[in-house]
Design a protein around this ligand. Structure first.
Ligand SMILES: NC(=O)c1ccc[n+]([C@@H]2O[C@H](COP(=O)([O-])OP(=O)(O)OC[C@H]3O[C@@H](n4cnc5c(N)ncnc54)[C@H](O)[C@@H]3O)[C@@H](O)[C@H]2O)c1
Length: 389
C-alpha cells in the first residue's frame, strides 16, 4: 500500500505538471519513462521481421491453455494448406513467480523479441495469491500499447444487425488500468486514472495510420472529457494535435454514452471510422461491439507494440469444452489474418479470409457454438477445401 501511495503521489505530481505545461513529457522517475519518438512520416509499430534463408518468417506461437492447442492446430493445418511462408516457433508461457511477481519464461520473451510477432491462444489466469493475469503481464512485458478490435458481421451467422463493420483501437497501457489504487482511510479507496500525452500520442498516431492503412476515411475519439476534463481532456487535445499530421483523415469526437446508444441503435454510420479511446472505454465498448456480430468466439484482436505485436482471440480457454474437439477456431484464425496483414502478407490473408467467410456463409460445417455439429478439425478441413476452390 505504501508503494502504491508513493506512486499515486508521483502520478498526481505528474498530472499537476501536465496541466501547467503545454507539451508534457513525464519527468518523474516513478512513472515508467518511455521514449517512443516517432518520425512524422514513419509508421508506428511497423513489422521489422525478415525472412530466413528458406524464405519463411518465423512466428512465435503461444498455443495457450484449455482449447488453445486444438484451435492452434486448426490454424497450423490451414496455414500449411495455404502455403503461408511462416515457420511456427512454439513457446511455453506458463507463469513463474519471481520475487513475488508473475513473470514469463525468458525463452518465450526472447522468441517474441526475435520474431517481432506472435500468435497467442487463450491463457487461463491462475487463481491464487501472487499471480496477476498473464495476459496483462504479456502486455506489460512487450509494451503492447494499442489493442485493435475489428468487429465485422459474418454472413451466415444471423445477429440483429448484418451491417456491422467497426474498428476499435483501445489504449492498452494506462488510463483506468494503471493499477494505482490505495486506501485513503478505512472505507475510502482511491483509484488513479493516469493519462499521459506520450502514451496518448502513440496510440492516436497508430489509430490514424491504421485508418489510412485499411482505407477508413475517419478517426473518431470516444471520450468523457465533459466529466474527466483533465485526463480525457488531455487525450482529446492530443488527438487534435495528432490529427494535423493526417490531413487526409477526417477527425471528430463523440461522448462514450452517446457512442454506445448510437452503435447499438444503428452501427452502419460507424463503418467508415476507426474509433480510438482510453483503456476502460475500449475494453467495454469492444466487447459490446463483439456482441453485435455474434460474440467473442468470432472476434479477433491485435495487441500492437513498438517492437513486437501479439495477435490473439479475445475469448478465454473454455475449460468446459477443452479437449473434446468442440471449439471454434474462427477467432484465432481471424486474429492470425490480422497478423498476416501486419506482416504485409496480404495475399495469404485474403486467401484464408475468403475461405473462412465462405465456409461460414455456407453454414454446412459449423461448430456447436454457431449452431452446427462439426468438430473443430472438420470445420478447419472445410476451410481448407475452400482454399482450393
Ligand atoms: N485472452 C485470454 O487469454 C482470456 C480471455 C478471457 C478469459 N481468459 C481465461 O480463460 C479462462 C476461462 O474463462 P471464461 O470461462 O470466463 O471465458 P471463456 O471465454 O473461456 O468461456 C466462456 C464461454 O464461451 C465458450 N467459448 C469460449 N471460446 C470458445 C470457442 N472458441 N469455441 C466455442 N466455445 C467457446 C466456453 O465454452 C464458455 O461456455 C479463465 O481462466 C480466464 O481467466 C483468458
Amino acid at each position: 500500500m505504501i508503494r502504491s501511495r508513493a506512486f499515486a503521489v508521483a502520478a498526481r505530481q505528474c498530472l499537476r505538471r501536465a496541466s501547467q505545461q503545454p507539451r508534457w513529457v513525464p519527468g518523474c522517475s516513478q512513472v515508467p519513462c518511455r521514449s517512443y519518438a516517432v518520425a512524422k512520416q514513419d509508421q508506428v509499430a511497423k513489422f521489422k521481421g525478415k525472412t530466413g534463408s528458406d524464405g519463411k518468417y518465423t512466428v512465435t506461437l503461444i498455443e495457450g491453455d484449455g482449447i488453445g492447442p486444438e484451435i492452434s492446430q486448426s490454424v497450423k493445418d490451414i496455414y500449411s494448406a495455404a502455403n503461408v511462408p511462416i515457420k511456427w516457433e512454439p513457446v511455453d508461457v506458463t507463469p513463474r513467480l519471481k520475487d513475488g511477481k508473475t513473470v514469463i519464461p525468458d525463452e518465450a520473451i526472447q522468441s517474441v523479441r526475435k520474431n517481432y510477432v506472435a500468435l497467442k491462444g487463450p491463457l487461463a489466469t491462475p487463481i491464487g495469491k501472487g499471480h496477476v493475469s498473464l495476459n496483462l503481464t504479456l502486455r506489460r512485458t512487450f509494451n503492447l500499447f494499442a489493442n485493435v478490435r475489428p468487429c465485422k458481421s459474418i454472413a451466415g451467422y444471423k445477429t440483429p444487425y448484418d451491417n456491422v463493420n467497426l474498428v476499435l483501437v483501445r489504449e492498452n497501457t494506462e488510463g483506468e488500468y494503471s493499477g494505482i489504487e490505495h486506501v485513503v482511510v478505512d472505507g475510502v479507496v482511491q483509484s488513479i486514472k493516469l493519462i499521459t500525452r506520450e502514451a496518448s500520442e502513440r496510440v492516436l498516431r497508430f489509430a490514424f495510420q491504421y485508418a489510412e492503412g485499411i482505407g477508413k476515411p475517419k478517426v473518431r475519439v470516444v471520450h468523457k472529457a465533459t466529466i474527466m476534463k483533465m485526463s480525457d481532456g488531455l487525450f482529446l487535445s492530443t488527438a487534435r494535435d495528432i490529427s494535423k499530421e493526417f490531413p487526409n483523415v477526417q477527425f471528430d469526437t463523440e461522448l462514450l454514452d452517446n457512442a454506445c446508444l448510437k452503435i447499438t441503435t444503428d452501427p452502419a454510420p460507424y463503418s467508415d471510422k476507426v474509433l480510438v479511446m482510453p483503456n476502460l472505454y475500449g475494453d467495454i465498448l469492444s466487447d459490446m461491439c463483439a456482441g453485435l456480430i455474434g460474440g467473442l468466439g468470432l472476434t479477433p484482436s491485435g495487441n500492437i507494440g513498438d517492437e513486437c505485436s501479439i495477435f490473439e482471440a479475445v475469448h478465454g480457454s473454455a475449460p468446459d469444452i477443452a479437449g473434446r474437439g468442440l471449439a471454434n477456431p474462427t477467432a484465432l484464425l481471424l486474429s492470425s489474418i490480422m497478423m498476416l496483414q501486419h506482416m504485409g502478407l496480404n495475399h495469404y490473408a485474403d486467401k484464408i479470409q475468403n475461405a473462412t467467410f465462405a465456409t461460414l456463409a455456407e453454414g454446412k460445417m459449423l461448430t456447436g457454438d454457431l449452431g452446427g455439429r462439426a468438430k473443430t478439425h472438420e470445420y478447419a478441413d472445410a476451410i481448407i477445401r475452400k482454399l482450393k476452390v
